[in-house]
Design a protein around this ligand. Sequence first.
Ligand SMILES: [Zn+2]
Ligand SMILES: [Zn+2]
Length: 142
Amino acid sequence: MTAPRTPTIAEELRGAGLRVTAARVAMLETVRDGDHLGVEAIASGVRDRVGHISLQAVYEALHALTAAGLVRRIEPAGSAARFEGRVGDNHHHIVCRSCGAVADVDCATGHAPCLTAADDHGFSIDEAEVIYWGLCPRCSSS
Ligand SMILES: [Zn+2]
Ligand SMILES: [Zn+2]
C-alpha cells in the first residue's frame, strides 16, 4: 500500500491548467505561508525565493491563480486586496477597523450560502459574503 501523497505545487498548477513557472510556484508558497498578504508583501516573498519579479508580473500571476481557484482574493471595503491559500471552504473574515488586521472565521453554517436572504428576488443564490468588522485585541486594548 502506498500512502496518499499530497500533490506538489507544480502538479497543482498543471492540474489547474496553468503553465508551471518558478515564479508561480514561489507565489503559491508565499501566499500559503502568509496570512492574508497584500500584493507588495507577496512580491517581496517571491523575490526572496526566486529573485527579481515586477509588480505587474505579480498582479498577472495572482489573477491567473485566483481565476484557477488556487488562491482566494478578498478585498475588505477601504483596504487593498489580500490573498490567501485557504480556498473552497466558504470561510469568512473579521477585519480590524483600526489597523486592518484580518483573521479567518469558519463558515457560520458549514456550507454556502451562510445566510438565507429575506427575499431572493428569484435569484438562485450560491454565496453570501460576510465580513465581520471590529477592533482587534491589540487595538481595543490601546
Ligand atoms: Zn487592530
Ligand atoms: Zn481567510
